[in-house]
Design a protein around this ligand. Structure first.
Ligand code: AMP
Ligand code: MG
Length: 413
């Protein structure tokens, strides 16, 4: 059985996961989805408009305007936001204009209402007949020109990016009522083990709760996939095969399991995969969670995580996240498997055994950097070590001990 580095294992896994198809959705349903096409902008703003409430003017009319010698202009139009002025402003005239309203032809600047004698608080409903301007102005002032934010044809959003609030807003500005996004991959999820009981069922002696199904469902959803929960398979071939067949019959895009892939006497997951597809079984040079089964079941990509709750969690973060992101169409590489990474200083000495180790830690701001403390005992069954953690420290392969103050990378949780 090969002993693989973490990176080599990630690369092999990712190669089994191809992006799913795309679909076209109404914009209001696209938050959190992954763009499947690049988006080219039109000119923004779409037309020259005023950035203040005031009066559209011709700058050369006002060269000598000052508080002591104001210049009086005749107000020939009133332009609220949303209107479309059809006047051409000529010398000696002004048009009252509101923020965002289109600039009338002929005007080349907008005087703020504060620089006039017009008291907009008292009389803002009706435009005055004349207005006295007490300040000169440069051509172009207080005007937002067409295309000044974004020029037409500029690529503003990219295939593979996850749509956030501001991206959705920009798509709305551009009039994209429907958007081409990747479908959400449907991931069949199962646990295997005779001892496992779902949370709502009575717990007989010797049994434990199936916690992995719950943890992994949240992680899978978090990557932008849909979970098809298949529950628990007992430790026998028929039960395991039954659930795998269900995954195939509902046309899941991939299958993730936990438990049953070690070399224990009742670990049948691997056998079932092998007799209905293709199995790679590796020992990965990492801690925790070295047994890892990957392969295909009736054509569906499959990853079998170890059963220990910490191993399953870390295994997801190291191997499954990057694979599912790729399946979901999201940009990521094995070097950047989709985690926010920070550099941290150890606040305590750390021992390792030479395997690449993922240790649970609390990191906090200290002297302009981050310091990291381990969260209690790092046994692979101790879920509390992750509950209390806000980061996974990565101790590189080949390192046996690190002193206080040593720096390592950490993934934020
Ligand atoms: P296995 O990988 O099946 O050998 O399981 C290793 C350990 O993880 C055993 O102590 C199992 O009871 C535990 N375990 C396996 N699956 C789960 C699960 N779904 N939830 C919680 N613990 C589990
Ligand atoms: Mg088991």
């Amino acid at each position: 059985m090969p002993f693989l580095s973490v990176l080599a294992a990630q690369e092999r896994i990712v190669s089994h996961f191809e992006p799913v198809e795309s679909e076209t959705l109404p914009l209001s349903q696209c938050a959190g989805r992954i763009l499947a096409s690049d988006i080219l902008s039109s000119d923004l703003p779409l037309f020259d408009n005023s950035s203040v409430d005031g009066f559209a003017v011709i700058a050369t009319d006002l060269t000598t305007a000052s508080p002591n010698s104001p210049i009086m202009l005749h107000v020939v139009a009133d332009i609220p936001a949303g209107s479309s002025p059809n006047i051409i402003l000529s010398s000696g005239n002004a048009a009252r204009i509101m923020t965002g309203a289109p600039l009338p032809k002929g005007a080349d600047a907008v005087i703020m209402v504060e620089d006039t004698d017009f008291n907009y608080r008292e009389t803002n409903k009706i435009a005055p007949e004349n207005v006295k301007i007490i300040k000169s102005i440069r051509a172009g002032e207080n005007i937002r020109r067409r295309g000044m934010d974004i020029k037409s044809g500029h690529k503003v959003l990219f295939t593979g990016q996850r749509l956030r609030a501001q991206d959705i807003g920009l798509l709305a500005m551009l009039g994209m009522a429907y958007v081409n996004v990747y479908k959400r991959p449907r991931i069949a999820l199962l646990s295997s083990g005779d001892e496992l009981v779902p949370v709502e069922k009575h717990l007989e002696p010797g049994k434990i709760r199936d916690s992995n199904s719950y943890t992994l469902a949240v992680l899978i959803t978090d990557v932008g996939c849909e979970v098809i929960p298949l529950g628990v398979a007992s430790d026998n071939r028929e039960a395991i095969q039954f659930l795998f067949d269900q995954a195939a019959s509902v046309e899941a895009d991939a299958i993730i399991s936990s438990g049953g892939v070690s070399v224990g006497a009742f670990d049948y997951v691997k056998e079932v995969i092998e007799s209905n597809g293709r199995l790679d079984f590796w020992r990965v040079n990492m801690r925790p969670g070295k047994p890892l089964a990957i392969g295909e079941y009736r054509g569906l990509p499959f990853i079998g995580l170890p059963g220990n709750p910490v191993s399953a969690f870390v295994g997801f973060e190291v191997f499954v996240r990057v694979a599912l992101r790729r399946m979901a169409g999201q940009h990521s590489t094995t070097k950047l498997p989709g985690h926010q990474t920070v550099r941290v200083r150890l606040a305590e000495a750390v021992e390792s055994d030479g395997r690449e180790s993922y240790l649970r830690a609390v990191i906090e701001d200290q002297d302009g950097g981050f310091s990291a403390k381990l969260t209690g005992h790092q046994g692979s069954g101790n879920l509390l070590s992750i509950v209390q953690a806000n980061a996974l420290l990565i101790i590189p392969a080949g390192v046996k001990s690190l002193a206080i103050g040593a720096q390592v990378d950490a993934w934020l949780l």
